[in-house]
Design a protein around this ligand. Structure first.
Ligand code: SF4
Length: 324
C-alpha cells in the first residue's frame, strides 16, 4: 500500500451486515461487505434500487445500527463509538440526501436550515458570528445572499440541494455520504451540483461516498467504484479501469446502458433476463444467476467470493476468469 497520505484509507469497512426482519422473513439489506475509502477521494457506490447502497451509507454515519462487522473511521470504531465519541464523529461525518425537500424543514428559512447545526453544536458565540457563517456557507455553495430569508418551496430543486450541501458543510466535516444527491434533478442541474461537489472536494479536502443507481453519473466524480447487487459487492475497481473493462456480468450490463457521446458510435446494450430475485432469505449461490447470460449450474451452488482476479480488480463471480 502507498505511503502517500492521500492514498491511505480514512474509512475501512469490514464484513458489514445489516438485516431487517420483515413479515415474509429476513431481508439481507447489507450482506457481508468490505471496502476502503481513500482520504480526499470519492468512492462511487452503484447499484439498482434495493441493493443496499443507501443502507450502507446510513450505517457509516450510524443512522442505522449494524448487526455485525466493523466500520473504522480515522482510527475510531464507529459501530462501538460512545455517545461522546459519536458527538465528535457527527461533526466529521455528514450526509447529503436524495430529495433535498424531504430532508429539510419546509417551515424554516434558508438561513435557519443551514445554520441549525451551528446552534446545536455551539459552533458560534453570538448572532453576528452565526449570520456571518451562514452567509459564508451560502456563498460557498453558490446561493445568492437575497435567499437568506427565503423558504425552500420558493426555490428550484438545484437550489434546495445547495441548501442541503451548505447544511452538511456547516460543521466543517471531513467525510460526506452523498446519497443519490442528483437523482431528483434535471440533467442540466445535475452537472452543476456534481461540479460543485468536485470543487468543494478540492477546496476543503473532503472524502465522499457517492451513492447512485446510475453508473454514468459517477464516471467523472469517482476515483474508485464498488458495484452492489442484492446486498453484496460484486465488483470493486479504480473508476478508469472499471469503465475501460467491466468484468462482472452485472457491471458489463450496467456499463452497456451508458450512452456513447460520439456520433455514429455504437454500443450493444446487454438486456438482463427476468427480474431481480428477492433479498428476503436469499438462497445460497450467486444472486445474479437468474439474470446472468453466463450462468452455469455450479453458479447456484455457493456464494461467489469477492477476490482479486487481476491486480487491483476484485470480482465476485465463479467464472470471472472468462471475462478477464
Ligand atoms: Fe453469472 Fe455465474 Fe458469475 Fe454469477 S457466478 S455472475 S451466474 S457467471
Amino acid at each position: 500500500m502507498s505511503n502517500n497520505p492521500s492514498e491511505l484509507p480514512i474509512l475501512q469497512v469490514r464484513n458489514l451486515k445489516k438485516y431487517f426482519h420483515v413479515s415474509k422473513g429476513t431481508l439481507h439489506a447489507v450482506d457481508d461487505i468490505s471496502f476502503d475509502i481513500r482520504q480526499g477521494k470519492t468512492l462511487g457506490m452503484v447499484g439498482e434500487s434495493g441493493c443496499g447502497k443507501s443502507t450502507t451509507g446510513r450505517l457509516l454515519v450510524r443512522l442505522h445500527e449494524s448487526d455485525s462487522g466493523s466500520i473504522r473511521y480515522d482510527g475510531i470504531e464507529v459501530t462501538r463509538a460512545s455517545s461522546k465519541e459519536m458527538k465528535v464523529l457527527r461533526t466529521k461525518m455528514q450526509m447529503i440526501f436524495q430529495d433535498p425537500y424531504s430532508s429539510i424543514n419546509p417551515r424554516h428559512t434558508v438561513a435557519s436550515i443551514i445554520g441549525e447545526p451551528l446552534k446545536i453544536y455551539k459552533k458560534v458565540r453570538n448572532m453576528q458570528e452565526y449570520e456571518e457563517k451562514v452567509h459564508q456557507l451560502m456563498e460557498t455553495v453558490g446561493l445568492a445572499d437575497r435567499l437568506y430569508d427565503a423558504y425552500p418551496h420558493e426555490l428550484d430543486g438545484g437550489r434546495r440541494q445547495r441548501i442541503g450541501i451548505a447544511r452538511a458543510l456547516a460543521l466543517e466535516p471531513q467525510f460526506i455520504v452523498c446519497d443519490e444527491p442528483v437523482s431528483a434533478l434535471d440533467v442540466s442541474i445535475q452537472a452543476q451540483i456534481l461540479n460543485l461537489l468536485m470543487d468543494l472536494q478540492d477546496k476543503l479536502k473532503l472524502t465522499y461516498l457517492f451513492i447512485t443507481h446510475d453508473l454514468s453519473v459517477v464516471k467523472h466524480i469517482s476515483d474508485d467504484i464498488v458495484i452492489m447487487y442484492l446486498g453484496q459487492i460484486v465488483e470493486q475497481a479504480n473508476t478508469e479501469e472499471l469503465f475501460r473493462h467491466p468484468i462482472h456480468p452485472y457491471s458489463q450490463a450496467l456499463s452497456s446502458a451508458i450512452p456513447v457521446p460520439r456520433l455514429n458510435a455504437r454500443k450493444e446494450r446487454i438486456i438482463l433476463k427476468s427480474e431481480v430475485v428477492s433479498p428476503i432469505d436469499p438462497k445460497p449461490g450467486c444472486r445474479f444467476a437468474p439474470r446472468c447470460n453466463y450462468a452455469k449450474p455450479e453458479c447456484g451452488e455457493a456464494d461467489p467470493v469477492l477476490r482479486e482476479v487481476m491486480p487491483g480488480r476484485l470480482v465476485a463471480c465463479h467464472r470471472a476468469e472468462m471475462f478477464v
